[in-house]
Design a protein around this ligand. Sequence first.
Ligand SMILES: NC(=O)c1ccc[n+]([C@@H]2O[C@H](COP(=O)([O-])OP(=O)(O)OC[C@H]3O[C@@H](n4cnc5c(N)ncnc54)[C@H](OP(=O)(O)O)[C@@H]3O)[C@@H](O)[C@H]2O)c1
Length: 261
Amino acid sequence: MKIEKIGFIGTGTISEAMIRGLLAESPALLHVIVSPRSAEISQRLAAEFAEVSIAADNQSVIDQSDMVVLAFRPQIAQDVMSELKFRTGQSVLSVIAATDRQTLLGWIGVEVQLVQAIPLPFVARREGVTAIFPADNDVADLFSVLGTTVECDTKQEYDLLAAASSLMSTVLGIMDMSAAWLEDNGLAADKGRAYIAALFTSLSQTAMRSDVPLVDLSREFATKGGLNEQVLSDFKAKGGHDALISALDRVLRRIKGDTDT
Ligand SMILES: NC(=O)c1ccc[n+]([C@@H]2O[C@H](COP(=O)([O-])OP(=O)(O)OC[C@H]3O[C@@H](n4cnc5c(N)ncnc54)[C@H](OP(=O)(O)O)[C@@H]3O)[C@@H](O)[C@H]2O)c1
């Protein structure tokens, strides 16, 4: 990877996941500089990894880094940014949710190489898929260490993948509802969970390995008149499909800043 020194402003959950992914096995970076906050997380990381050092303050993170990651909450973003000075041409990676490129560039105030990304907690195990916008070789290399990267050519593509990333709780919720149904009907909780988790893993791996359209894959598992066909047909007939599509439409409107959603 070309980037050797990366700095994190906001050492919270997602920064910790990225840093662990980058350093836990065969470290991908020479030096990681973290902001003092959160004190507990930054101290834990510095104690665990020789490559991590804690900067005196946020500005010092910028001054020491080739690439700066902005990883604090959107509610405080403007206040934090108003105190910082970036170098012209510096590489800046924002993982701040719901804050668009023009707003970030306005706060930064000088010409920087700005890329936005949506890392997911799986990056800690180098298993995350990360959407980035716009396409950028250095940032794509970084997230390729942490799993896989999808480079978006337009804001619309990026917003769509942000909407897709909001399916995580629902998919886990479907697993939970199915496992709870098994338990209510007399199957031991650990057996139900072991079965459901493995079933979803196999289905995801099948989709990952194949380039057959998903609709055809779904049909392959639905024997005519069989059990899978019956559940899919009930799911659609009883509003499952419509509920999913309208939830995605509504979250996309929120991502795009429609305040009525
Ligand atoms: N978690 C995810 O899966 C995920 C995924 C993609 C994107 N994101 C986005 O990433 C950003 C961070 O999310 P998170 O889950 O990591 O949140 P988090 O755990 O709350 O971390 C935010 C960090 O910012 C620190 N902070 C607060 N004020 C600061 C300041 N003035 N200067 C420097 N740091 C300051 C907080 O420190 P204190 O604890 O001391 O207040 C905390 O360590 C958000 O914009 C979120 O939307 C999160």
